[in-house]
Design a protein around this ligand. Structure first.
Ligand code: ADP
Length: 400
């Protein structure tokens, strides 16, 4: 069965075509600069070189049309007929409280998704646009929505309710939702398998450290707490987002600098985090390079980043009453031995011991990086949100 995965952003569409049940990626690519000058489609079939095509691509419908055309093309394609695509799986960032699992897209579901735009105005509109674009381009082929929030739906109330007037939860559904759920779900499952056990027997902390970053306490397979909250701004320091800060700072700064809501939002989401502190870059590779060149602000940004991961490791071990495994994933977590080392340094008292050689050798591949004696196992698992979407989509289609 072939499943097309679509992940729509404001000006981009990322896609992968999977062959299941072998979990084999037949082709993947991305349309970028949609609606701007110089839109490009990059496409990589599994057995041929990558191609880049420049074209006028004005909206998401046209972007999906280009994707289907290249998947079918005699030179770069991997299918002969569009009916070979059994279903399309979509990443949807916010599922609110109602979507606790992936679901088949129906007109009623589309209505519900539209209602959720209020909770995720930066993400959900593009996800909806993507679904509409595939409905137009692939009529009759089922669509499945897979949510970033769903894995976190079993958090206990004391972890998801904020200490604000409770009426705000009743009126506006202000609560912790958590994000990156597909990857926290995937890597916790894979890590348990790598350790020769199953998730329902152990306590894990999964660290998704990419441009966006979040950690989740996974107790016996259930997300019991996670660092991102009502929006993906809370929790860890990120590339351009601040993560946890005293909320009074926002009010204070809005007064002092006469910031509008929009300006304050931009400051917290785009000009903070690694780039805000370092003044160098939001990219961890450049931060590390500058730190090694002796730039103090880069070293400070690096130290804050890793310190905050460590604080949550301690907090979540306490929250779960123990810890068996730490998982590192996503761009930074998979690739950076120095970040991993700094995040767990000094945690031997909790039974966390890294093997220096294994840590340094682990780059973008599944690896156990703790010593044989380490009570808490430390594991690297490359992120694979697309595969989770493909597997969920296949499961739902098979049940239909
Ligand atoms: P996104 O959240 O956009 O999917 P990724 O998961 O690709 O992001 O992560 C991007 C981050 O990973 C960037 O900060 C990048 O610098 C970092 N990264 C990638 N490779 C390395 C590396 N070898 N060392 C340190 N950081 C890395």
């Amino acid at each position: 069965m072939k499943i097309l995965i679509v992940n729509c952003g404001s000006s981009s569409v990322k896609y992968q075509l999977f062959q299941l049940p072998d979990n084999f990626c037949l082709a993947k690519g991305m349309v970028s600069r949609i609606g701007m000058s110089g839109a490009v489609l990059t496409h990589k079939p599994h057995d041929r070189p990558e191609v880049t095509i420049s074209s006028e691509i004005l909206d998401h419908t046209s972007a999906i049309e280009h994707v289907i055309a290249i998947l079918l093309s005699p030179n770069h394609g991997v299918i002969k007929n569009r009916d070979e695509i059994a279903a399309v799986g979509h990443r949807v960032v916010h599922g609110g409280e109602q979507f606790t699992a992936s679901c088949l897209v129906t007109p009623e579901i589309m209505l519900e998704l539209r209602k959720l735009i209020e909770l995720a105005p930066l993400h959900n509109p593009h996800n909806i646009r993507g679904i509409n674009a595939t409905l137009q381009n692939l009529p009759g082929i089922p669509n499945v929505a897979v949510f970033d929030t769903a894995f976190h739906h079993r958090m206990p109330e004391y972890a998801f309710i904020y200490p604000l007037p409770y009426i705000l939860y009743r009126k506006y559904r202000i609560r912790r939702y958590g994000f990156h759920g597909m990857n926290h779900h995937y890597v916790s499952k894979r890590a348990a398998e790598m350790l020769g056990t199953t998730r329902d027997k152990i306590k894990m902390i999964t660290c998704h450290l990419g441009n966006g970053a979040s950690m989740t306490a996974v107790d016996k397979g259930i997300s019991v707490d996670t660092t991102m909250g009502f929006t993906p701004l809370e929790g860890l320091m990120m590339g351009t987002r601040c993560g946890d800060i005293d909320p009074a700072i926002i009010l204070h700064m809005m007064g002092k600098e006469e910031l509008s809501l929009h300006e304050a939002n931009t400051m917290l989401n785009k000009h903070s985090g690694l780039v805000g502190v370092s003044g160098v870059s939001s990219d961890m590779r450049e931060i590390i390079e500058e730190m090694n060149n002796g730039t103090k602000s880069a070293k400070l940004a690096f130290d804050i980043y890793c310190y905050r991961v460590k604080k949550y490791l301690g907090a979540y071990a306490a929250a779960m009453g123990g810890l068996d495994c730490i998982v590192f994933s996503a761009g930074i977590g998979e690739n950076s031995a120095v970040v991993r080392q700094a995040c767990v340094s000094g945690m031997e008292f909790m039974g966390v011991e890294l093997d220096k050689g294994l840590n340094e050798a682990a780059k973008n591949k599944e690896s156990v990086i703790s010593t044989a004696a380490s009570k808490v196992k430390v594991v690297v698992v490359p992120a694979n949100e697309e595969l989770v979407i493909a597997m969920d989509t296949a499961e739902i289609i098979n049940k239909k």
